[in-house]
Ligand binder design. Structure first.
Ligand code: DX5
Ligand code: ZN
Length: 220
């Protein structure tokens, strides 16, 4: 039986009403918070003070996705806020093993993200340092982009490596996840699904979360 957790991205929410936007996704398994610095990606969103406020306001676990340069410097500060997980991009970390250990020792789950063109193979020996791997299924930076099917083989290879490791490592996908694409990602081996525009453009975001989870599990 497959596992499927849905983490809506509040990138597509109304930033002027974040507390009520959290309430609209109360059926979700976590809240995905996209931090962008206008350097690692050409977009700017929010930083430590807003994540701290979200952590206090949210009943759901907070999943922080850092799309920032110099992750080694900044990621531990997010972990110290008490969030559930902190995801850094391997392309922005000089010492990903040390960073993953720092995140865990600060009490957060450690997660590492790869852009669509970054191969997983160089990092397989460090899987044991991680609680989650995030495979981007769009180029990071913006919501509402089209799912990149070319990432599907990498999802399959990552799933095989995770099974081989025998460790309970989650495999997250982010970008272009919708009713049309979620089953493909699930069948390839993903078990945590970020969805921004698909959830927040729905008339009832909390219902859409349940629809997406059911589709990922192979239902209708
Ligand atoms: C993109 C962000 C995503 C984004 C996904 O760089 O990391 O989390 O919000 O949005 P959708 O689901 O609309 O592709
Ligand atoms: Zn994201």
């Amino acid at each position: 039986m497959r596992n499927a957790r849905i983490h809506p991205s509040i990138l597509s929410a109304d930033f002027a009403n974040l507390a009520s936007e959290l309430e609209r996704i109360h059926t979700a398994d976590g809240v995905h918070v996209d931090v962008m610095d206008n350097h690692f990606v050409p977009n700017l969103t929010l930083g430590l003070p807003v994540v701290e406020a979200l952590q206090k306001a949210s009943k759901l676990p907070i999943d922080v996705h850092l799309m920032i340069e110099n992750a080694d410097r900044w990621a531990p500060e997010y972990a110290q806020l008490g969030v559930d997980s902190v995801t850094f991009h391997v392309e922005a970390s000089a010492a990903p093993i040390r960073l993953a250990r720092e995140l865990r020792s600060a009490g957060a789950k450690a997660a590492m993200a790869l852009r669509p063109a970054t191969p997983i193979e160089p990092y397989l020996d460090m899987l044991g340092e991680l609680d989650m791997v995030l495979l981007m299924t769009v180029e990071p930076g913006f919501g509402g982009q089209k799912f990149l099917d070319l990432v599907l083989p990498k999802i399959q290879r990552a799933r095989a490596a995770i099974e081989g490791s025998g460790k309970p490592i989650a495999l997250q996908v982010d970008g272009g996840i919708s009713r049309d694409t979620i089953l493909r990602a699930a069948e390839a081996g993903a078990d945590v699904f970020v969805a921004g525009s698909a959830v927040y453009s729905a008339p009832e975001p909390s219902v859409e979360v349940d629809v997406l989870r059911n589709l990922a599990l192979g239902g209708h």
